[in-house]
Structures are given as structure tokens and as C-alpha cells.
Design a protein around this ligand. Sequence first.
Ligand code: FCB
Length: 480
Amino acid sequence: MTTHSAAGNADYRDRGLVFPAGFTFGSATASYQVEGAATEDGRGPSIWDSFSRTPGKVWNGDTGDIACDHYHRWEADLDLMAELGLGAYRFSIAWPRVIPAGTGAVNPAGLDFYSRLVDGLLERGIRPVATLYHWDLPQPLEDAGGWPARATADAFERYAEVVGGALGDRVHTWTTLNEPWCSAYLGYGQGGHAPGRHEPAAALTAVHHLNLAHGRAIQALRATSTGDPEYSVTLNFHVARGRGDRADEAVRRVDALTNRAFTGPMLRGAYPADLLEDTASVTDWAFVADGDLATIAQPLDVLGVNYYSTVTVQMWDGVSPKQQHDGHKAAPRGTAWPGSDGVLEFLEPPGPYTAMGWNIAPEGLEELLVSLRGQFPDQPLMVTENGAAFDDVVEGDGSVRDAERLDYLRRHFTAAHRALARGVDLRGYFVWSLLDNFEWGYGYAKRFGIVRVDFDTLERTVKDSGAWYAQLARTGVLPD
Ligand code: FCB
């Protein structure tokens, strides 16, 4: 590997960086955010269908009913990925397409869609990286209790068996869950995500059942996949900056609740003692049954890392107005911080910021990757999401000169390269997102795509950042 790491260059715009041969350059999407066709071919309702129809939950009342219409336009979208020279596509499978009620009958038409998609990727030389759960829980499972109910993990195991049996001969990488932190804390604690509940104890129960679902799904996928896939999970790590005279304590609390609540059981086979202590006023964790931790701790071929920005936190001093950190999503009401609500205070991080209001901090990505290597020395890593929303302008000739997004990506790829140069076993990088899409509580107001989608005509236009990324993917050399 050739490296030209300009150590000490704080602006993260190193020149002439060459990525290792075999490094994967991909892009990512998620079913509810791009597919549309919400009621077609037997798809059942998900919690995001219900949530987006609830007044006041999603900006402008937007829903994923049509989204990017990827369900019908997938072939053209795959052609586009091939034109861009992308080596892998990280997509998610909609559970309510495959098992519309969450349990019970399998819907062959739903499986067929993903089977065609996987074949289409392989025909174009693009590796299929399939996520089983990117937040679209079948509504009947929520009606029966959702992730705080242990039966949801049972249902997920069966879903994994079905999908493994149908696609496990061809999928390159299986990812069980996307960002279970969001599913648990934003879905059941803070309420800015579906199903929009505000129950701190339920959020922690959901954490455990998501972890359990992950372990069970890995076992089920291994048992049913006849190919030789890799196994992974994607977590959204919080990189926290402490302030005040108890800065270390603040950072430790954030790390326990967000990062180690998942890496603990998944990679070490135990919940961290400090997490149990911090949350003792909320729950006694009696929902952790004998044998669960052994089930959860499955070896992973690769750990997926999503990174966008950092958080700045201090212990609440009881004087300044407490800001409720919203997990980078829609306006909060409940808490995403069970056991630390009223204890942790989130401060505005230093800018610059993206259109989401998220701070741009490429050094946080380098630091995170190096820290994960320190904690889990033998665990290969993959950046499974990184990217930025900006308010794009369409020029008279139809082009989108998204210099800020391009610059964001360039700095974060530089950060990843610096981590590689420091010995991190980083296997690849997926840009979020291929397409502008339904950005959860923000609806269609926030655009993350390297390809523009006109939501009136559904026409796709490669942005400058997309052309830049294509050059990187083709050559492995970071363009200036
Ligand atoms: C992540 C989600 C993804 C997208 C990006 C911007 O938290 O996994 O679906 O919303 O944020």
C-alpha cells in the first residue's frame, strides 16, 4: 500500500492518497427510504408506514409510498451504479415484503424482488451487501409489543432463516441490523422515530432484544446460506467530546449507552458493568435470560461502522438549560438517554455544519476507527455509511455542482486513509447515499445522494460528488 499521509495536516485534504488493492467502494440505501411501492405485490405495512401517516411526525407529511420508486426502477439504478464503477451495493430487505405480517405466511413475490436485485448486481459485477433490518418492522409485530417484546426476536430469527434460504447462495455480505441504537432509543425512548414511543425502560428492553435478534439471525443465516457469505452488523458509533470538570464521566456514559451497549454483548459476550449501573434506576435487566449472551456473541467477519459527526457533552450542572440530544433526527419529546436523562447535557459542537445541522469532523472518523482497532484488534472494519446533506442547487443545464458534499467526502476518505496508514484493517467504504431519498423525520427535505432524484419526475442526475466518487472507485486514488 502506498501512503502519503500528511500527518498533522488538520484540514484532512491530503493529496495523492492511494487505497489498497481490493478496497471496496460502494454506496448504500435502505428499503423504506428508496423503494416506494408500499402496497404492491403483497407488501404488508411497517411501523414507518404508520408513523409517517401520523400527523406531525414527518416533515411535510411525507411518506415512503413512492420514495425513489427503486422497486420499479432498480435495473436502471443498478446500471447507474455500474456506470459509476461501484464495487458493492448495500441495500436493505423489507421484512414486510417477505413476511407481511412479521410472522406466518411468506410472500414469494417479495423474495423474488430481492432475488432479481441480487442477480442484477452479480450480472454487473457488483457485490450484494444485504441488511435484514433497516427499521421497517412489520406493523403487526409492533402491535404485539414491538422490540420490547422478546417474541420479536423469535420472529426475526425465522425471517433470517427464510431470507438466508432464498438468497444465501448469492449474497456476498449479510448484515443483521442497521443502527440498533436508533431502533431502540429513538423508536422507544425519544420517540422521533417509529414507532414513536416514550418509554425509557422499553428502550433498554429493545436494546437487548435487538442484540438477541442479531445473534439468532447470524445463527439462522449461517444455517441456511449455501454460499460463502460474510456476516456483519452495522452500528452507529457515537464519538463524544467531553466538556466541563466531569468531561470524562460524560463521555464514558455516552460510550456505554450508545456504543458498548452493543459491542459489549456482540463482541465480548457481556453487557458492560457501568452500563448496568448507569441504568439501574430504569431497569434491572431481568429480561436478559440465561444463554442470551452466548447467543449474541457470534463471530463477525466484518463490523459495519456508520459515522457522520461527533457529539459534545457534559454532566448536567443543574443551571444551564438542558438540551435534549435528538440523536441527529427529528424533534425530541422523550429521552434517548435512559438513566442519564437530566444527567447528561448535550452542547452545540463546533462547526462547520451540514444541512442537517451536524458538525463536520473528519478527525472523528479517524479516531473512531483507530479506537475500534484498539478495542477489537482482530475485527475487520467497514465504513457502511458516511455522507452529507446539503441544499443542492440545480444549474440551468441540469447539473448539480455539490462542492460541499464532495469536500465532505474527500475529507472523510482522507480520514479513513489515515486510519489505514495507522494499521486499521478497514476493508471498504459505502457512501450514504446513492440516491436522494426519504430521510426519516425529515421526509424529502434533506438530500444525501451523490445522485439527485427529482421527486416530481423521479429522474436521476449524477451530481459532481457522484462523478468524483466514480473516479475514486475506478482508480483507487483519491481525486483532489
Ligand atoms: C443513518 C441511517 C440512514 C440515513 C442516514 C443519514 O442514521 O442509517 O438511513 O438516514 O443516517
